[in-house]
Design a protein around this ligand. Structure first.
Ligand SMILES: Cc1ncc(COP(=O)(O)O)c(C=O)c1O
Length: 397
């Protein structure tokens, strides 16, 4: 198996530190990262960020989404997708998921469109992806922007195309659990120059001199007393050059890092294939799953999730992850704790999200899901965990 961190990551970080953060060099690693990422995905623009939540927020801002607008999101995902909508001052609207792939359902999206809908943020959940042709057809019909949240999907494919090249913009995360990691970090890719310029400007303090590809302010500009810096308001969501150095090395090694996950998933599948009480996440024939984790659901009501978990741990396994609570079930929406920002959000003020009944498929899936780790970089550790899993499967069969 390939190591998570190779000599390359050390080498690039050293390069940054050796430069001592001199501003004349600063940003060069970042530029190399963006160029490498755009090349891997074959897109015109790649703009780096400090994390994969900031990416989603600014993608919405670049698309012109704001107060009074609705954005359609899945409820079954890590809540950053929803939080980004709130950061933009807009309202999240939930579309239910497919019971077999767990991805947001195009049919469910169609049902929740209103005249206020501005964008759809489909998540490529757990390394797989939703039905993008159907989603793009809906977006075209209703003039909506599609922002892919691909934090959990690197090199996944849909009908032969790379996930990340299917919507108007696509967001990735380099947080520690992701296929590529820099500890923290993120990236947005797009072919649309107007979006690219706004992505960079809004995430870079609104600096007027930065365009779709130009990531730096010139020294001659800042040394000029007549220079106006800020063309617009903006956030400071830039990635540090140290994180960019790690992310560049990981981008150059993307194939091997994804290969590790797929290999671990295939071995995990082999052990679970005889478990009568477990059904794996369905990957349609025209999709390539990049297996952020190996996911499936408990299908035997006589077996408790906790009992499988406890037995796996008792057998020496590392446990497995449960699915996140649905975003609308989380306290921040149940109790509408929006940090007082709801006063700027006309649609949110009187909004109430029910605990049950909004997305019945996701609600029934969430407590049944089991997510086994695939981020192994050491065959010995994987084999030890598979042995514990094998004993667990035997016990419950
Ligand atoms: C689907 C999804 N979207 C967004 C994020 C947010 O990324 P970050 O942690 O880099 O902000 C994550 C994971 O962390 C995620 O899994």
């Amino acid at each position: 198996m390939h190591p998570r961190i190779s000599n390359k990551e050390y080498e690039y970080v050293k390069e940054v530190l050796d430069q001592g953060f001199r501003t004349s060099y600063n940003g060069s690693m970042n530029k190399r990262l963006e160029a490498a990422f755009a090349e891997k995905f074959g897109t015109k623009f790649a703009i780096s960020f400090c994390n994969g939540t900031a990416t989603l927020h600014i993608a919405l801002e670049a698309a012109g989404v704001g107060a009074g607008d609705e954005v359609i999101v899945p409820p079954l995902t890590m809540s950053s997708t929803t939080l980004a909508v709130l950061h933009a001052g807009a309202t999240p609207v939930y579309a239910d998921v497919d019971p077999d792939t767990y991805q947001i359902s195009a049919k469910a999206i169609e049902k929740v469109i209103t005249p206020r809908t501005k964008a759809i943020m489909p998540v490529a959940l757990l390394g797989m992806c939703p039905d993008f042709d159907a989603i793009n057809a809906i977006a075209k019909k209703h003039n909506l922007v599609v922002i892919e949240d691909d934090a959990e999907c690197f090199l996944g494919k849909y009908k032969g195309k790379l996930v990340g090249t299917l919507g108007d913009m696509a967001s990735f995360s380099f947080q520690a659990s992701k296929h590529l990691s820099a500890g923290e970090g993120g990236m947005v890719i797009t072919d649309n120059e107007e979006y690219a310029e706004k992505l960079r400007r809004y995430s870079g303090l609104g600096y007027g001199s930065i365009g779709a590809k130009k990531g730096r302010i010139l020294k001659s500009d800042i040394q000029n007393p007549n220079y106006f810096r800020h063309a617009s308001a903006g956030w400071n969501y830039r990635i540090s050059d140290v994180c960019a150095a790690v992310a560049l090395a990981q981008t150059e090694r993307i194939e091997e890092l994804v290969e590790n996950r797929i290999e671990s998933a295939m071995k995990t599948r082999e052990v679970l294939k005889d478990a009568k009480w477990f059904k794996e996440q369905h990957t349609p024939d025209d999709c390539v799953n990049s297996y952020w984790g190996y996911a499936g659901k408990l299908i035997d009501d006589s077996i408790k999730w906790e009992d499988v978990y406890n037995k796996f741990v008792e057998n020496g396994g590392p446990g497995f992850y449960a699915a996140w609570k649905l975003s609308y079930q989380e306290p921040f929406l149940q109790q509408m704790n929006l940090m007082g920002r709801e006063k700027y959000m006309p649609l949110m003020k009187d909004m109430k999200f029910p605990m049950e009944g909004l997305c019945p498929v996701a609600e029934s899936l969430q407590p049944r899901l089991m997510l086994l780790k695939t981020n192994y970089y050491d065959a010995e550790e994987l084999n030890r965990d598979l042995e514990a899993l094998y004993k667990t499967v035997k016990y419950f069969n």
